[in-house]
Design a protein around this ligand. Structure first.
Ligand SMILES: [Zn+2]
Length: 176
């Protein structure tokens, strides 16, 4: 007999994105992303981190109090999870793929998502403070123009969303 309770696709892929985020060495923000092809196969995984070769122990890469000196700002160096998932992708035809991400994409990740042909984005969180509202609007405008559908995981009505809540709590307990 078939098992009655098993994980939904949405929670499965969001779990992969979340698991990946637990690898991030960024003090403040841990994001993960995974790319899924139209046959529901995971083809790329990433988390936010420094480019290859940059020493994680060099504090110059991680400062984020003040962006007046861009040579001492993490925003100059850190590669976002979505872009790392694209760079780590095993197939370089991402046409029609979906991307699961722990955070709604920023403008430059949105550009990358559009340019590689990803058509759906499912996100867990969306930054809502003032400085991000305009960026979010710009992303929505680009996604609309390119025919990329974005959906909040919470709004999908996923039956096993409590699993994701538990996974977040487990990550916070284990890695904070
Ligand atoms: Zn980004």
């Amino acid at each position: 007999m078939k098992k009655q309770k098993y994980m939904t696709w949405h929670s499965y892929f969001m779990s992969v994105a979340l698991l990946s985020s637990f690898r991030s060495k960024d003090n403040k923000t841990q994001n993960g992303a995974c790319i899924v092809d139209p046959n529901n196969k995971v083809i790329g995984i990433g988390y936010n981190g420094l480019p290859a070769g940059c020493d994680d122990n060099d504090p110059q890469y991680w400062q984020d109090q003040d962006d007046s000196d861009l040579t001492h700002s993490k925003h100059t160096y850190v590669v976002h999870a979505e872009k790392n998932a694209i760079y780590n992708c095993m197939l370089h035809n991402m046409t029609g793929a979906k991307l699961y991400t722990t955070q709604f994409p920023c403008n430059t990740c949105a550009q990358a998502i559009i340019q590689v042909g990803i058509k759906e984005v499912v996100y867990l969180r969306k930054k809502q403070h003032d400085s991000h509202l305009l960026i979010n609007q710009a992303v929505d405008k680009m996604f609309k123009a390119a025919g990329v559908k974005s959906m909040a995981y919470a709004e999908l009505g996923v039956s096993d969303s409590s699993f994701i809540e538990q996974l977040i709590a487990t990550g916070e307990n284990s890695f904070n």
